[in-house]
Write a protein of this length. Structure first.
Lengths: 131, 131
DNA sequence: ATAAGGCTTCCAGTGACTGTAAGGTCAAGA
DNA sequence: TCTTGACCTTACAGTCACTGGAAGCCTTAT
C-alpha cells in the first residue's frame, strides 16, 4: 500500500506519516522505485498513534505506549502511570484556560464594542485593578 | 534601568525581553557601552504584554492590542473583536481538552494498574470499541 | 589585579508538524 | 509513442514563543 492510500485510510496527512517514519515511530518497507510500502502492521501502528495523539499524548509518550503495547510482559501499572501523568497535565491546562476564560469573559462583557474609544479590556491590560 | 532590573520588576526573563525587542514589540534605548536602557514607557509596555500573554493572547494579538491602546482614536469594537476571537479559541481548546479528559479518565479508572499486563488503556488505543 | 556578576551577540534547539521546490515514477488516453 | 496528470521522493525552511549555551565585553567590589 502506498502512502496516499494509507493517508486516506488513517486520516493522517502523508507529510505526517513521513515524519513519523523519520523519527522512527514506523518503519515501512520500500519498493524498487523507492516508494514506501505499508503493511497491515504499519497501518495498525499509525492508527494507534493517531488515537494516542487525539488524546493529547506527546510523541515520546506515544513511543512509550507503543513499546509497552508490544511488550506482552508489561505491567498495566506502567501504562497507567503515563496516562495519569498526562491526565494531570490536561487538568492543569484546563484550569489555566478556565482562568483565562473567566477574566476574558468579564472584560468582553464590560466592553461596549462600539465606535467610542473607551475600552475596559485595554484599561485592564494597561493597569488591572487590584482585585 | 538595565535589563536585569526590568526582568525582576516585570517578572519576564531577560531572554524574553530581548526577544520582544528583536521582534519589535519594544525599542529600548542604548547606553554608550551597548547596554539596553529601559524607560518607564518600556516597563509599561512590557507589563501590558505580560498581562495579555497571561490571558493567552498570541504575540501578534499583543502587537495589535498595543497599537490600539496607543491609538486614542480606536473604537472599542476593534478591541472587542480581537478579544472575542481569542475567547472563541479558548473555548475550543477547553472543549477539546475536556473531551480528552473524559475518555482518559474512563480509561484510567478501568485500568487496574498492577503487575498484570491486561490494560484497557492499551486495548482502547489499539482498537477502540465503537461506542 | 582579579573575581564575580551582568551585559552583549549569535547560533541552535524545542514539538509536531507544515509548506514549498525540484524532480523521479506510473497509468491512461490521443 | 508521447504527453498529461496524479502520485511519489528528498531536502530545506518556516511555524510559535521562547530557551539554552557559548564566547566575549563591562562594571563593581575587594
Amino acid at each position: 500500500m502506498n502512502i496516499g492510500d494509507v493517508s486516506r485510510q488513517s486520516g493522517l496527512p502523508a507529510k505526517t506519516i513521513r515524519y513519523y517514519e523519520e523519527i522512527g515511530l514506523i518503519t515501512p518497507q520500500r519498493s524498487a522505485n523507492g516508494y514506501r510500502v505499508f503493511r497491515e502492521q504499519d497501518l495498525h501502528k499509525l492508527a494507534f498513534i493517531g488515537r494516542a495523539r487525539a488524546l493529547g499524548f506527546g510523541i515520546e509518550d506515544c513511543r512509550g505506549l507503543m513499546k509497552l503495547y508490544e511488550d506482552t510482559d508489561r505491567s498495566s501499572a506502567e501504562v497507567k502511570q503515563i496516562a495519569e501523568e498526562h491526565l494531570t497535565e490536561i487538568d492543569r491546562k484546563i484550569v489555566e484556560l478556565t482562568g483565562m476564560r473567566q477574566t476574558l469573559t468579564r472584560l468582553v462583557h464590560a466592553c461596549a464594542g462600539d465606535d467610542r474609544p473607551d475600552c475596559p479590556i485595554l484599561a485592564d491590560l494597561s493597569a488591572p485593578p487590584a482585585i
